[in-house]
Write a protein that binds this ligand. Structure first.
Ligand code: AVI
Length: 329
């Protein structure tokens, strides 16, 4: 470790998150090494992800925007007025503008995000743009059952919004768990017309998928490797980033892109005083990005208690936006 690095560490101690420490220990200590994808999103990782969304090869973001923009009137016609929109994992609360612009007289916006500080700033600026929409931010993990504030008296129904195909980063079992949980949360405060508007990436030509996760500018590789940088900084690790390669491929049996970091040589890495041995060619599995056919996704949604009511896609069938309703109990 260079003197400069050790000095910087002493001046500004990195935050130590015991859950991150535990997850890294479990993931690197396992027979098949893994790291949870949720840890990609530190400050640098979030910036890199924003860059990914603008890459020519990464079609999901711009395709979903286009569907939302072009189908806005149809979506608004189905969802109707006086709803409170609950966004799961709102982040910078960007895409919600498209939905709020399209909906007739939206009553409320209730974004949920793990990063409370980030969310409050985003909601403050959004509130200025939509003064008539009641906004209540909830800091928390939306994959768990969260108590939500009481429904707004002026809202007829609660409508969930989960864009970006973030559902693809869950295993199918986790995706089912998320949908069941979302159904319970929406049903709780919902009325007639409650449902979920969700973006889902579609199964397609593997060459298109391969390019999207192996961009020519190397941004996805930097995003993947940043996870090791984060471990070095926050958990006192000594990963040599030059000795690991980004490796992403489509697994057609599991209908998913897998991202890995592959060790280019036999080496030992120390994290928080613990040592982990790597063989040459051994990988750390860092992310799955599951792709669905419309039918497979609808089946999953039905299993979770939703009724698939509408779907919009682009002319090349790259991406889908589903409207799932909640039958009254
Ligand atoms: C956030 N999520 C939907 C992205 C995806 O496509 O699975 C994350 C990502 N990983 C690599 N590129 C983008």
């Amino acid at each position: 470790m260079s003197t400069l690095v050790s000095l910087r560490r002493r001046e500004r101690p990195a935050p130590h998150d015991p859950e991150f420490d535990r997850d890294v220990q479990a993931g690197l200590g396992a027979q098949v090494k893994t790291l949870p994808a949720k840890y990609f999103y530190d400050q640098r990782g979030s910036e890199l992800f924003e860059q990914i969304c603008r890459l020519p090869e990464y079609y999901p973001t711009r395709t979903e925007w286009k569907i939302l923009r072009e189908q806005g009137p149809a979506i608004a016609g189905i969802i109707g007025p006086d709803v409170e929109v609950v966004e799961f994992g709102a982040g910078a609360a960007e895409k919600i503008r498209l939905l709020l612009n399209a909906l007739p007289r939206p009553a409320g916006y209730l974004p949920i995000d793990i990063s409370g500080a980030h969310l409050s700033a985003a909601v403050a600026s959004l509130q200025r743009a939509y003064p008539d929409v009641t906004m209540r931010a909830v800091a928390g993990d939306f994959t768990k059952q969260l108590p939500l504030p009481a429904p707004l008296p002026q809202a007829r129904a609660r409508v969930g919004f989960f864009p970006g195909s973030t559902i693809g980063n869950f295993t199918p079992d986790e995706a089912l768990g998320f949908l069941r949980n979302a159904a319970a949360m929406l049903r709780d405060g919902g009325g007639v017309g409650s449902g979920l508007l969700i973006g889902v990436d579609l199964v397609k030509d593997p060459a298109v998928l391969h390019a999207a996760y192996n961009d020519s500018a190397g941004v996805t590789a930097a995003f993947n490797l940043n996870l090791l940088e984060r471990i070095n900084r926050e958990l006192d690790g000594d990963f040599n980033l030059d000795a690991f390669d980004h490796y992403a491929f489509y697994n057609p049996r599991q209908h998913r892109i897998e991202m890995h970091l592959v060790s280019s040589k036999a080496q030992t890495v120390t994290v928080a005083g613990r040592q982990y041995g790597f063989d040459a060619g051994e990988s750390i599995h860092t992310e799955n990005s599951c792709k669905y056919t419309p039918i497979r996704f609808r089946q999953l949604a039905e299993k979770a208690g939703f009724r698939p009511a509408a779907m919009w896609t682009d002319p090349d069938s790259l991406f889908s936006l589903h409207w799932l309703t909640l039958p009254q109990a």
